[in-house]
Design a protein around this ligand. Structure first.
Ligand SMILES: Cc1ncc(COP(=O)(O)O)c(C=O)c1O
Length: 399
């Protein structure tokens, strides 16, 4: 039977990485990948993570299974990070947390829970969104539809379009929102806009799933949770998926979480019991190491301070590259104003370049960008900024 299969299409972004590797030009630049890069173009292990790993290896006595939902300590620390230490939801029993294999694992458990336990049939994703949302949700048997998000002409949030899209969704259908650092656009609602979004979600009785993959990479750990705080102020049920791939640099350790917020502790426990069945019939229980690193770092005041400093360095570097990009484009008399890049947040930005520009940049300049024009801002460095900006200006026909 396997012989009857033809090759499935490659993942569009990973396929580009393959083409990049095979490009013989020494000055090629990859702005397509989805990982953080430092000023040397590396994706390092954070020092706080290294130290936590040293302690874990020294102290480990068993590799027995974790509980289906992971350790209670991890759950508690994740809730404190998402809601803030002082928020009642961190401790009052209305929120429960499952440790999942990365954010993707959390999204899949959430999708299975929605479909199998709440009989939700359709989920709405932003247009545009992270490539894998559609795949993960439809693999769980959910129908996927898109709501308006991005105003391409003005390069900003189409807030009016977003609200009217949400108002048309039938009650009890699900909506997936990015908590911060929207991937791929880099554009997030303001706290006031979040308040209005939360109002519509509540009024329409929509099931809200928040994808929180970049906490701390926008404006700060607390600042980036502003949207979540606006949502929980108006909604008494919510699903929140965290990923520690980017903010802890734990990509291949697969550390993530699914937090379910319910109106009462009893309802939260019932929801947890059902979500655990989704886990048990999928991967049984979570991988330990990445979660143990997160726990060790968050629970130790010194390690936590070290990690927050490293996180701030990543965030500051990204935001500095945004400013330098806009400034360099201006200095080179680019035929467009790129100041909007400095308003966007997180690792990604929509550059406004079209597929034709993207192709020219790849073929003529060895600069790799995904077709949508999304660039990984963390792929920019002072050392490659002039080359990137020169190539974009040449491609746009200005300068
Ligand atoms: C918006 C969004 N959600 C979820 C994920 C998945 O993260 P993880 O690698 O932890 O599965 C990503 C990763 O790029 C992402 O950009």
């Amino acid at each position: 039977m396997f012989e009857s299969l033809s090759l499935a299409p490659p993942d569009p972004i990973l396929g580009l990485t393959e083409a990049f590797k095979q490009d013989p030009r020494p000055d090629k630049i990859n702005l397509s990948v989805g990982v953080y890069k430092d000023e040397h173009g590396r994706t390092p292990v954070l020092a706080a993570v290294k130290e936590a790993e040293r302690r874990l290896v020294a102290g480990q006595e068993s590799k027995t299974y974790l509980p289906i939902d992971g350790s209670p300590e991890y759950a508690r620390l994740v809730r404190q990070m998402v809601f803030g230490d002082e928020h009642p939801l961190a401790t009052d029993g209305r929120a429960v947390t499952l440790h999942t294999p990365g954010g993707t694992g959390g999204l899949r458990v959430a999708a299975d829970f929605l479909k199998q336990k709440l009989s939700v049939n359709r989920i709405w994703i932003s247009q545009p969104t992270w490539e894998n949302h559609r795949g993960v949700f439809s693999a769980a048997g959910l129908e996927v539809a898109a709501y308006t998000y991005f105003d391409a002409a003005a390069n900003r949030l189409d807030h009016g379009g977003l609200l009217s899209s949400l108002r048309q969704i039938p009650p009890h259908e699900a909506v997936c929102l990015h908590a911060c650092c929207h991937n791929p656009s880099g554009i997030d609602p303001t706290p006031d806009q979040w308040r209005e979004i939360a109002g519509v979600l509540a009024e329409r009785q929509l099931v809200t799933l928040v994808d929180f993959a970049y906490q701390g990479l926008g404006d700060g750990l607390r600042e980036d949770a502003a949207g979540v705080r606006e949502l929980i102020a108006q909604l008494d049920e919510l699903l929140i998926v965290s990923s520690f791939s980017k903010n802890f640099g734990l990509y291949n350790e697969r550390a993530g979480a699914l937090t379910l917020v319910a109106p009462t502790p009893q309802a939260a426990q019932a929801a947890l019991s059902h979500a655990k069945i989704c886990v048990r019939t999928n991967y049984s229980n979570p991988p330990s190491h990445g979660g143990a690193i997160v726990c060790t770092v968050l629970a130790d005041p010194q390690l936590r301070a070290d990690w927050e400093r490293e996180l701030q360095q990543m965030r500051d570097r990204i935001n500095h590259m945004r400013a330098l990009f806009a400034q360099t484009m201006k200095a080179q008399n680019a035929p467009r104003d790129f100041a909007f890049i400095t308003q966007q947040r997180g690792m990604f930005s929509f550059s406004g370049l079209n597929p034709q520009h993207v192709q020219t940049l790849r073929e003529q300049h060895g600069i790799y960008i995904v077709n949508s024009g999304r660039i990984n801002v963390a792929g920019l460095r002072p050392a490659n900024m002039t080359a990137v900006c020169n190539a974009i200006v040449a491609t746009l026909g200005g300068g």
